[in-house]
Design a protein around this ligand. Structure first.
Ligand SMILES: [Zn+2]
Ligand SMILES: [Zn+2]
Length: 313
């Protein structure tokens, strides 16, 4: 169980533990006053428990795509949970009749008497069979065996808002398990897992991608098409751009969860050196290089291999 556990101290068992360790009644009175239980002296009473028990929460994980997380999506959720029994309306009773609890004889509590310095101390604890009610169902519902709820498949369409990310937990009130004997429904928590995108990497509400451009485009400047969340977009390459430089597309990132604003899309430029060139290309580049006084090869790997051998010998 992840959610829905509640804790309430049982004072009668606490007092017996303290007695075992030799603490007196005066100490216990102060302890109970401290915890808000003031009826010590003749009775130590625990609060009566309620008849119905609230349903547990449910945690469900779902996977959605990168783009659906960015823009939001309506998704059909199918899962199993306890729902109120239709036959008995959640009461757990076949015919609505109640009878006295056989464990406590209808008192709702079980009393024990102990001797103490101040006289008899009567302590009582809530009857666990009837949970303090004194009555139990005479004939349990045949559909739910008296629990007032049945386990079944359920389905509903939920809106996943734009901007969710892996680890986001959405709460849907009342979509958890039905309680026992008419107890309220718990909540459903949907935990999001976003599948990675082929090109985009997300960091908060910003996204990153890489764009390869040619050596010529980098040197001379250009306009190139890039993939964005909203489709293709044209970006300007300034002449002399370097590999690793970044271009920011403002408000092209992911929408902030619950806010009407978007992050940015940052594109990292990767300049590709030409690998295969025509003879004409090689000749032109060689001319430029020679004009700059650079020692360059002839554009084939043969030259490099020869160069390496020359260094080794
Ligand atoms: Zn029923
Ligand atoms: Zn009882």
């Amino acid at each position: 169980k992840v959610f829905g556990d509640s804790y309430r101290p049982d004072y009668s068992s606490v007092s017996s533990i303290f007695r075992e360790f030799g603490f007196g009644d005066f100490f216990l009175k102060n302890i109970f006053d401290f915890f808000g239980e003031t009826s010590f002296g003749t009775r130590v009473r625990t609060r009566p428990e309620t008849w119905s028990i609230m349903g547990d929460n449910i945690l469900k994980g779902i996977k959605i795509s990168f783009k659906k997380a960015a823009f939001g999506v309506k998704k059909d959720l199918e899962y199993e949970r306890y729902e109120a029994c239709e036959k008995c309306g959640g009461s757990g009773s076949e015919d609505g009749e109640l009878k006295n609890c056989p464990v406590c004889n209808g008192a709702g509590e079980i009393r024990t008497t102990r001797q103490s310095f101040f006289g008899n101390v009567i302590s009582s604890r809530t009857c666990s069979n009837c949970r303090g009610r004194g009555k139990v169902i005479a004939k349990p519902c045949s559909q739910c065996n008296g629990e007032g709820r049945v386990y079944k498949k359920t389905k509903f369409a939920m809106n996943i808002p734009a901007g969710v990310s892996t680890g986001t937990r959405l709460k849907i009130s009342g979509k958890g398990n039905a309680g026992i004997r008419g107890g309220a429904y718990g909540d459903l928590y949907v935990q999001i897992e976003v599948t990675p995108h082929k090109q985009f990497v997300r960091d908060g509400y910003n996204i990153f991608s890489k764009k390869k451009i040619t050596f010529y485009e980098a040197a001379l400047g250009s306009k190139v098409m890039v993939e964005t969340l909203d489709g293709k977009d044209e970006i300007k390459i300034v002449p002399g751009i370097q590999s690793g430089e970044r271009i920011k597309l403002k408000n092209k990132g992911i929408q902030h969860l619950g806010r009407n604003m978007r992050g940015d899309h940052i594109i990292e430029i990767v300049v590709e050196t030409p690998k295969k060139m025509t003879k004409k290309e090689i000749k032109l580049i060689q001319e430029i290089a020679k004009a700059k006084g650079l020692k360059v090869g002839n554009g084939t790997t043969n030259f490099i291999t020869k160069l390496k051998k020359a260094f080794k010998s």
